[in-house]
Design a binder for this molecule. Structure first.
Ligand SMILES: O=C(CO)[C@H](O)[C@H](O)COP(=O)(O)O
Ligand SMILES: [Mg+2]
Ligand SMILES: [Mg+2]
Length: 247
């Protein structure tokens, strides 16, 4: 079966670049995902959680340098009981009044109305949770547990994972890119289009010289030099709408 056979019938309507990105993700390869000018304007390394190896974790921390996070779609997050971290903290204000002033509220973020952070986890088979092999295991197991729930298995997240941990989970908005344009939603939209498990790893590219988010032009150049597809949020939204109308 050719790689194109893995795509739905609307595959031909996607731009060439999106088709390349979809094929790369289906092969378990890394792509580069820029959100939007005027939002974070960041480029994230992006790869399917099921495909991640310890070498990918090393690559992300050395060449991307941001936070290694795992995005899950809204349904999977609900199924596993992964709440938004801000909601957990708001609940906790009942125990600690100091938290009142700390918890994220509307207007706090300069680039969006809210963050997508859920809880931080480690798989229970990890030791400290931070080495590359531990993080890869936690990430793979997040993909695996979602596959099992999608197959109808009853799972118990807490029997397999603990929090706090060293892998940040992100909960995608229910309306995905129509509700929020973060890499959380963009990566999950790509997973839906590609027909892969909606559990995706993202990690921001930072500039080694100045510590800021890597400029888009430099991220694009990195993509060219390393043969990685570079996609922008707007292209993803266009493809997602085509995919949605074919469902
Ligand atoms: O802040 C983040 C976590 O390190 C990153 O920006 C990541 O891309 C996910 O967040 P968002 O969906 O807001 O872009
Ligand atoms: Mg961010
Ligand atoms: Mg982002």
């Amino acid at each position: 079966m050719s790689e194109c056979d893995n795509m739905d019938s609307s595959a031909k309507a996607y731009s060439k670049n999106i088709q390349k990105a979809i094929k790369a993700l289906q092969r378990g390869e890394m792509i580069l995902l820029f959100d939007l000018e005027g939002r974070e304007a960041e480029t994230d390394f992006t790869i399917a959680a099921n495909a991640v190896t310890p070498e990918d974790v090393r690559w992300m921390r050395k060449d991307a340098g941001g936070l290694i996070c795992v995005a899950l779609d809204s349904e999977a997050s609900e199924e596993l009981g992964l709440p938004f971290m801000a909601d957990v903290m708001r609940e906790a204000t009942q125990c600690s009044t100091a938290l009142h002033k700390i918890v994220e509220k509307g207007g706090d973020l300069k680039y969006d109305s809210r963050s997508s952070f859920s809880i931080w986890v480690n798989h229970r088979d990890t030791r400290t949770g931070i080495p590359d092999n531990d993080r890869a295991l936690t990430i793979n197991k997040l993909g695996e547990i979602v596959d099992r729930t999608l197959a109808g298995e009853e799972v118990h997240f807490g029997s397999e994972f603990r929090t706090p941990g060293h892998v940040a989970t992100l909960r995608a908005a229910k309306g995905l890119v129509h509700e929020r344009m973060g890499q959380t939603e963009l990566s999950i939209a790509l997973a839906k289009i590609a027909g892969i498990t909606p559990v995706m790893v993202v990690c921001e590219m930072l500039d080694d010289e100045n510590g800021r988010a890597l400029e888009k032009t430099d991220a694009k150049q990195y993509g060219k030099d390393n043969d990685l597809v570079f996609v922008e949020g707007e292209e993803v939204v266009e493809a997602y709408d085509i995919w949605l109308s074919s469902q």
